[in-house]
Design a protein around this ligand. Structure first.
Ligand code: DC
Length: 228
């Protein structure tokens, strides 16, 4: 039985927004009985805290201080619902999921010192019996020694369509064209930044989910951990 953090198996699932990472990571973690790290929620929480504090997002030192001091906790209510994200004792689960907060997260995530401030926090999620880590740089930076690495992707049009359906189901008024523009802008920012740009880790299995059903993607990811 592995009992040191470095011996705990990690499965990294990286990819652009809307590639299905959240759904797939949750399902795979549940099936394996492993812990789950939603690293995007940490960047969103810092972006949210910085906005609430009226911090100028181009002030890297102030945003970094915010990343260092903001208390972020995940609370699973075990009621089948979404994991709650508590930011400085306020339940910000709904606020951090907005498109605006996603864009803010993408902006502050380009600051190297913000990424450094979140590094150890992310590593602390590595606990037995295993960890599924969802993000952009899980396999390339945070868990370079992960046993299993996946890169999920899908066409920008398909990702915009998925996001459109989700937001419509929540009763929000959005257009497909504006979502596509936002997704493309976020991809561009995440993939071209100097620190930890979005890219597949060496040796990662690349899964294009554009025309693949969720169950099939889950099966392909699980097969990496337990080859059939
Ligand atoms: O996965 P998400 O949409 O919740 O992530 C929001 C933003 O946070 C994303 O556009 C870029 C940033 N992010 C990152 O830079 N590194 C990660 N590991 C996770 C997210």
């Amino acid at each position: 039985m592995q009992n040191t953090a470095t011996g705990v198996p990690v499965l990294t699932i990286d990819g652009p927004s809307g590639s299905g990472k959240g759904t797939i990571s949750r399902a795979v973690a549940d099936t394996l009985g492993w812990h789950l790290l939603d690293s995007g929620a940490l960047y969103r929480a810092v972006g949210y805290a910085a906005s609430m504090a009226g911090i100028d997002l181009s002030d890297a030192a102030a945003v970094t201080r915010c990343a260092e001091t903001t208390k972020i906790t995940f609370r699973d209510l075990n009621d089948g619902g979404e994991t709650r994200v508590i930011v400085n004792s306020h339940d910000a689960t709904d606020e951090i999921r907005t498109e605006t907060c996603g864009a803010t997260a993408s902006v502050i995530a380009a600051i190297a010192t913000v990424r450094a401030a979140l590094f150890e926090k992310q590593r602390s999620f590595r606990k037995a019996p295993g960890l599924v880590a969802d993000g952009r740089d899980m396999g390339t930076v945070v868990f370079t020694d992960a046993a299993y690495k996946i890169f999920l992707t899908a066409s920008a049009e398909e990702r915009a369509r998925r996001r459109y359906k989700q937001l419509k189901a929540k009763g929000l008024s959005v257009t497909l064209a504006s979502l596509l523009r936002e997704i493309q802008a976020r991809d561009e920012r995440d993939a071209t930044r100097k620190v930890a740009p979005l890219k597949p880790a060496a040796g990662a299995l690349i899964v294009d989910t554009t025309a693949v059903a969720v169950e099939e993607v889950i099966a392909r990811v699980l097969a990496v951990v337990h080859p059939v």
